[in-house]
Design a protein. Sequence first.
Length: 250
Amino acid sequence: MRRPVIAGNWKLNKTIGESLDLVRSLKPLVAEVTEVEIVVAPVYTALAAVAAELADSGIRLAAQNCYPEPSGAFTGEVSPALLKDAGCSHCIVGHSERRQLFGETDAFINAKTTSLLRAGLQVIFCIGETLEERESGQMFDVLSTQVREGLKDLTAQQMNNLIVAYEPVWAIGTGKTASNEQAEEAHAFIRGLLQGCFDQETAATTRILYGGSVKPDNVDGLMAQDDIDGTLVGGASLKAEDFARIVKFG
Ligand code: PEP
């Protein structure tokens, strides 16, 4: 009942031309796949060109970030409405690189999330603990705060347009994947948090993705877990063959 989502976060990689090459290679490889929601997230400057290239495909387009205000004196920022105008249907928020490198707080992530939902975009809302937090027994508290503060004041109805991505920081770009059991434990916990914050129906229907060194050779085990509904993929989404194999998990 939860449609799987496989999303590729290209981070700060690829020119417009390289982005177009990647989606042109990807499209035929996943053309037959209908049961999975496929999303790619190029850099801002490639969004409009990639949107045009994806128009005849089922692949959806995400931005990697946004600013919550609709317009005004915010030099260098991009609003949800402008992302929509460029062809995006989704936007990632709260990625650990933004939390760690750019000091983004749960309150700021909440403001972005609310603004994106109001603009009619789907939100890929990232959370996850650091290695230090996990090893010192704070993982559940950290996830709980990120969910409660990041999703503060959202309605159950708005949650229909939000996808959670659990990305343990120690597994991102490190080659270390959470074991299937570690990932499932966190996902089941997050689903319980959603029930507490919203209701049973929201907990049961919200898609929760795993992210952190997902590759063709570990995706099948992760996707076999009850509470894992998809993956957010960094490095392996930069190669069409690898990403297509991840899309065709199972
Ligand atoms: C990410 O950027 O969200 C990510 C999970 O990266 P990687 O797959 O490279 O670990």
